[in-house]
Design a binder for this molecule. Structure first.
Ligand SMILES: [Fe+2]
Length: 597
């Protein structure tokens, strides 16, 4: 049985294909059309998924779409009367959903009648919950989804058992933790779609001096829930002004906070203004309050379900700092966050919701790695290298055995070089997890600045993340609960903070990726090789890109390598090294703490 999940006409458009209950492929459209957070109909993602499964669109049995226009119809109609513009925009999107079969047929140049699949509409947050629970390792778990807005709800919770999820509650528009976080992110001058994670990084530089004020902005409710104080917001009056209908555009979000917020906290920061301490304190207060509200809800969910395990989804589930605190301050023993926890994961969730919840099939799949995107054969990699522009003559190219490749890569990184690491299939979700990564030496305190100056060009307050051998997590971090998808931040043990200064954030935490030998043998071996060489089985791992979607094809990796001051690129088994490395002697000879003694 073939099920195709499609997240369309919504940010993070994506497709996922499930064959006989097992995921075969999943990818976000942005990786293929190279437009960050691309919306629209994800034609390229669908093409890739069908090709990966070796089927044509007419062979698909079920098509699952994560949107249900009938959900919360009463609330929708009430707000439609108040916000005609927003209602009109929604109606336009829904019309496109109604014609999705015809649009698919036209995109694939086939007769609509040849698409014999049954179409299913899965409510937004039910798709989120399904994306977390049905691919988790748990038979029974509490489930919670929280984000900005989807099908007029922001939050949903319940319990998953076997092939069923029972929803026990939800929170409708306009009350939303996602909207709250986005509105406050905008106030701080970060206006781009998806900027929330920047503010999470900034929060560590402040103290929660405004917590009292924030308690007036969002109030936790008993037993589960919260309410926004709508005086601080505009979205309930004008509707969140989102534009995300075209595949070729990054979504745009209108201003969500009201003048009242500025009356309380002063003028909002403009993007070009410097970040003052009060901005950092504002970010810290917002983050602390989000954690408080979330933890109150998660604790209540535990009391309600008595489950030992929890599955999280929705954009809020990317708050790795809050996720780390759930392990610290709630009775849940295990927490699972699927790598595409945000709206990209909706295609996956909708497909699994159809398989289990609607068709009643038993579970047989666990997502224990993130490599569901496109991969390229060695011949394609060689071809891409051969086609490089002629000005790349100052690059040394060598094809190596796996062992030699691991040794050489570890050596380059230990020498302070910045290495592009491109292997196997692309990651599903926004994090690079060791297949489309830029790797560097975590022991060098200046590496963060080096990476920013030479390649990433991002805000200096944003931390870089470490990958670590799963077995060594407890030695370096206060917790060893698995974090294979970089969705948890833990405190670095005080004795190790000077050992891995580059990925240790200013508050002593790090958003780690634990790497398992079983599920990710090549990257595990590289970490071990680096550990054997340096005594530190940790690598600084950042996404392989430079202000663009993460590279997907070998050509894109090569272009990023040529364009930036990356020293080495490992493309499959081929190692490319720039002969004229621009590293300064200060960088290459900087003292590194030797931990082997
Ligand atoms: Fe969502």
């Amino acid at each position: 049985m073939i099920i195709l999940g499609i997240n369309a006409y919504h940010a993070n458009a994506s497709a996922a294909i499930v064959v006989d209950g097992r995921l075969v492929a999943a990818v976000e459209e942005e990786r293929l059309n190279r437009v960050k957070y691309a919306a629209g109909l994800p034609v390229k993602a669908i093409q890739y998924c069908l090709a990966a499964a070796g089927v044509s669109l007419s062979e698909v049995d079920h098509i699952a779409v994560p949107r249900n226009p009938w959900a919360r119809l009463g609330t929708k109609l009430r707000f439609a009367l108040r916000m005609p513009h927003f209602a009109l925009e929604r109606a336009r999107v829904l019309r496109r959903f109604a014609g999705i079969k015809e649009e698919l047929a036209s995109a694939f140049d086939i007769d609509p009648h040849s698409i014999r699949a049954q179409f299913h509409r899965v409510e937004h947050h039910q798709a989120h919950l399904a994306s977390a629970f049905f691919v988790s390792p748990f038979d029974r778990a509490a489930v919670l989804s929280a984000d900005g807005l989807g099908d007029f709800a922001s939050t949903m919770w319940g319990v998953g058992e076997g092939s069923r999820i029972r929803v026990s509650g939800s929170i409708a528009f306009p009350h939303s933790l996602g909207m709250f976080y986005t509105a406050m992110t905008q106030y701080l001058g970060f206006l781009k779609f998806g900027d929330e994670y920047k503010v999470m990084g900034l929060a560590a530089y402040g103290s929660p001096a405004y917590l009292g004020e924030f308690r007036r902005i969002v109030r936790a409710e008993q037993p589960i829930g919260f309410r926004l104080n709508l005086r601080y917001f505009t979205h309930h009056r004008s509707g969140p002004e989102m534009t995300w209908r075209k595949a070729g555009e990054t979504p745009v979000l209108g201003r969500l906070f009201s003048p009242f917020l500025e009356e309380q906290f002063g003028r909002a920061r403009a993007p070009e203004q410097p970040l003052e301490q009060r901005h950092k304190d504002f970010a810290a207060s917002m983050q602390a309050h989000l954690e408080d509200v979330l933890l109150a809800n998660v604790n209540a969910l535990h009391a309600q379900t008595k489950a030992k395990t929890l599955c999280l989804a929705g954009g809020v589930a990317f708050n790795c700092v809050a996720n780390g605190k759930i392990l610290e301050r709630t009775p849940f023993e295990r927490v699972y966050v699927q790598p595409a926890a945000g709206d990209g994961g909706l295609s996956l969730g909708a497909a699994f919701a159809v398989y289990h919840q609607i068709l009643g099939k038993p579970r047989s799949f666990e997502m224990d790695h993130a490599f569901w995107g496109p991969g390229f054969a060695p011949a394609e990699i060689r071809q891409a290298i051969a086609k490089r522009p002629s000005n790349s003559e100052d690059t040394h190219v060598a094809e190596l055995s796996e062992d030699a490749l691991l040794q050489a890569t570890a050596r380059h990184i230990a020498q302070g070089k910045v290495v592009g690491w491109y292997q196997g299939r692309a990651e599903w979700g926004p994090r690079a997890l060791g297949n489309r990564s830029i790797l560097a030496d975590p022991r060098r305190a200046q590496m963060k600045e080096t990476l920013n100056r030479r390649i990433k060009h991002r805000e200096i307050f944003r931390p870089f993340a470490p990958s670590i051998l799963e077995e060594a997590a407890g030695e370096y971090f206060e917790r060893s609960h698995p974090s294979p998808f970089m969705t948890f931040a833990y405190a670095v043990r005080p004795s190790k903070r000077a050992v891995i200064p580059a990925p240790t954030h200013v508050d002593g935490t790090a958003r780690l990726q634990t790497v398992s030998r079983q599920t990710h043998p090549l990257y595990w071996s590289l970490l071990r090789a680096f550990g054997d060489l340096t005594g530190v089985p940790v690598l600084l791992n950042t996404s392989f890109n430079d202000n663009e979607p993460i590279v997907c094809r070998p050509e894109e990796a090569l272009a990023c390598f040529e364009r930036t001051k990356m020293d080495v690129l490992v493309l499959g088994n081929v190692l490319l090294e720039k002969k004229s490395s621009e590293r300064s002697s200060e960088e290459s000879s900087a003292a590194v703490l030797d931990t082997r003694s």
